[in-house]
Design a protein around this ligand. Structure first.
Ligand code: DGY
Length: 382
């Protein structure tokens, strides 16, 4: 961006990140309150800025984009960009960027943390011990589920889905995946088998969702699909809450029609569907998929703004309705059966594009070898 550019940041960011931004662009203003801007503030505050750094709590719809007349770049600090009306931005010639890759590992790790937590009842067990209920070892205490030999279905085999799938190697699981396109690397590296959505759902013991929210994926996991899961199966969601019909999930969990769920994301964040928090067969995290110190530091798009959005430009899943706030509820809900994998494409904007940072690929390669040089190279990626 030119020297005279003005950047607005919608949430507080660390001082070090702000200084880096200032090097690229001297006029940096930010919302210094640790809360999302109200709609009025969003409409008012972006006026006069060339670039805005947004977060997934900002609804950047057509009206916001229209009002911010001088805006040239929207740099969204998230891999998901369902909070931005991409079509409206394109109409106004505004570049939209997101943050794929930098959060792949952190999000894949969290999905595993949730899977393990629900399978082995870690949160329940922790509460039990703290409540002073632990009276000594007992053969039937807190029985959970094995992982070894179980079928794990990864729905959406993009960047995060693939990283999650590769991590299954040490657990001796049978890997299934659902995606619009074959992922040959995954098939080769972990023997993953590609299935249609409904077959994968009915065969899996664990189902992990790694999809962007689009009209096609909204409520992809609906009441019928929950009913098709094994009664012993678990659902893990670290993608977007609205990929699951949350009210239907509460019913399925309450009636023990599935064994459990572990969620990092919710349909109407930060609100939870009625009854969800009362259930003991669900683990609930507050949307912390990318919440590690290192990952969050890498998510501030300094370089991207410096090059006027020349980094990861959002290209796919763009179009009318790309903003979750503009989608008619339930519209585009996929039909069950034939169209079962339609719209199932994993992991953000450009899931199947070759990754520019080769060290990531090598690091999670077939033998999971990681060299010191790879580690160091990765730390340098900002
Ligand atoms: C994202 O980047 O889309 C994640 O949800 C952030 O945690």
């Amino acid at each position: 961006m030119p020297e005279s550019c003005r950047i607005y940041v919608t949430r507080p960011i660390p001082e070090a990140a702000r200084n880096l931004l200032r090097e690229a662009c001297p006029a940096v203003a930010a919302n210094d309150h640790d809360r999302a801007l109200t709609r009025d503030e969003l409409l008012r505050n972006l006026d006069g800025f060339d670039g805005v750094i947004t977060f997934l709590t900002d609804c950047i719809d057509a009206e916001v984009i229209e009002r911010a007349a001088g805006l040239r770049v929207i740099a969204n600090c998230a891999v998901g960009f369902d909070n931005i009306d991409i079509a409206a931005a394109a109409r106004r010639g505004v570049i939209v960027t997101n943050t794929p890759e930098v959060l792949t590992d952190a999000t894949a790790d969290l999905a595993w943390a949730l899977l393990m937590a629900v399978a082995r009842r870690i949160v329940e067990a922790d509460r039990f011990v703290r409540a002073g209920k632990f009276q000594g070892w007992s053969p039937g205490l807190m029985l959970g589920s094995d992982l070894a030999g179980k079928a794990l279905a990864v729905i959406g085999a993009g960047r995060v889905g693939s990283a999650f799938a590769r991590r299954s190697k040490g657990f001796g699981m049978c890997l299934l995946y659902v995606d619009d396109r074959p992922n040959e690397a995954l098939e080769r590296e972990v023997g993953a088998q590609r299935l249609d959505l409904d077959t994968a759902i009915s065969q899996a013991d664990f189902i992990s969702l790694h999809l962007p929210l689009t009209p096609d994926t909204r409520h992809l996991i609906n009441a019928q699909r929950l009913a098709a899961m094994k009664p012993t199966a678990y659902l893990i969601n670290t993608s977007r809450g609205a990929v699951v019909d949350e009210a239907a999930l509460v019913r399925a969990l309450r009636e023990r029609r599935i064994a459990g769920a572990a969620l990092d994301v919710y349909e109407n964040e930060p609100r939870l569907a009625a009854g969800l928090a009362e259930l003991d067969n669900v683990v609930l995290a507050p949307h912390i998929g990318s919440a590690t110190t290192e990952t969050r530091a890498r998510m501030i798009p300094v370089r991207r703004l410096r090059h006027a959005g020349g980094g990861e430009r959002v290209r796919r899943h763009a179009g009318p309705g790309a903003s979750r706030h503009r989608q008619p509820r339930g519209a585009g809900e996929p039909a069950i059966g034939a169209a079962a994998t339609a719209g199932v494409r994993g992991g953000g904007a450009e899931a199947h594009r070759p990754l520019p940072h080769r060290q990531f690929d090598r690091r999670v390669g077939a033998e999971c070898r990681i060299s010191l040089a790879d580690c160091q190279a990765r730390r340098r990626v900002v």
